[in-house]
Write a protein that binds this ligand. Sequence first.
Ligand code: GLU
Length: 470
Amino acid sequence: MSQARTRFSPSPTGSLHLGGAHTALFNWLIARRHQGVFILRIEDTDKERSQERFVEEILDSLTWLGLPWDEGPYRQSERLHVYNEYIEKLLERDGAYYCDCPPGDLEARRQEALARGEKPKYDGRCRERGLKKGPDTAVRFKTPLTGVTFWHDLIKGHIAFDNRELDDLVLARADGIPTYNFAVVVDDITMAVTHVIRGDDHVPNTPRQLLIYQALEAPPPRFAHMPLMLGKDRAKLSKRHGALSILTYREMGFLPPALNNYLARLGWSHGDQEIFTMEELIQYFSLEHVTKSAGIFDEEKLLWLNSHYIKETPLPELARLLVPFLARIGIETPDPQYLARVTGTLNTRSKTLVDMAERALFYFRDPSVYDEKAAKKFLTPEAAPLLEEISRRLEALPEATEEALNLMFKELEAETGLKMGKLAQPVRVALTGKSESPGLFEIISILGKQVTRRRIRRAVEFIQEISHKG
Ligand code: GLU
């Protein structure tokens, strides 16, 4: 393939969701794979529904995902003169005509057709009237009355439509605003797009667009229609299935490579490989291996990939990423060195950065409450003297290194005849408030002697209070 020019062309009528990011990624990969150009085009001709904040959100999402565009963002609202030029061309070639059918009449005829059980279509009544441009005239395309329009879809294979199914679509409304099908064709021609890769909900638009290319004598691009993403119940993907906007995933502590890896594997495969770096994706990705059937959104798999990428992120980088998530739970400006050590104990056990920040909390705050089950099981009257003994021995240690702690607990095991679990669990609950945490010696060496002993004292006090009450 020679140089590819692909485009992602969202309408800024909402946030960028997983489906949009899926389309953007496939376009981006094809452009990168073929040393091409990835174009970003904002389809904002629907003034009522388009919002500037969504434009910003889309740009922000693509930047965060690491899918930078090479050209654009173009905005359709700034290109009305280009569409007008092409309208003129079509009118000159007798490929389009003015229509003054009042919207009310069109609607009434639509309803009549529906009542007769027919598919509503424009009846072509202005087609041969030779109307001139007027204040209330729309421009309609002269769709061929016979013949078949077909293409070889790079994902779906051969697709054909009978031209009689298609009516004379409006190209530009009376207010001069072009319709989607026309603006897209003019843009794809003038931006020299080679591959149109988009959701398969656009399949019915493609024959209409191909006929416009024909009428303009412009060679069409290749088309690839991606299957839509579905929920586990095979219904259209929605919030209900846990599918959220890209920026919400950022808020939830997902990492861009996890989302990209997840989306790349949705509907595409390369042997049985699951984990791909961006470089590998660029190297291996091809539309021929995209499946025709819909991909099912699987949140568990996305979480699994996210854990993987958290594990893979170098610790200083991971610590930096964690800072805003800690800030959200009240831990401001942690010492970077301390934080790097903390991060190193959590990177293999956290699913998201939110999860990681929550797990990190005890490194910064004494537990305010103990997990009820853990306290009941481990902060018992029998544990109190043990905790006190551990605290005393800790005090005597020159330095609470992991090796020194290991030795200290080994000795205690031998002396008391108690198993490590019996000795360690009360301390763990005292330090973290929970019965599950990173390795105890790691924790103590990070918290330091003073904090550890303070928390043990608190736990002993807690045991005493409880037994008095009991
Ligand atoms: N603006 C269209 C959409 O958001 C995309 C059009 C296209 O890719 O041709 O669905």
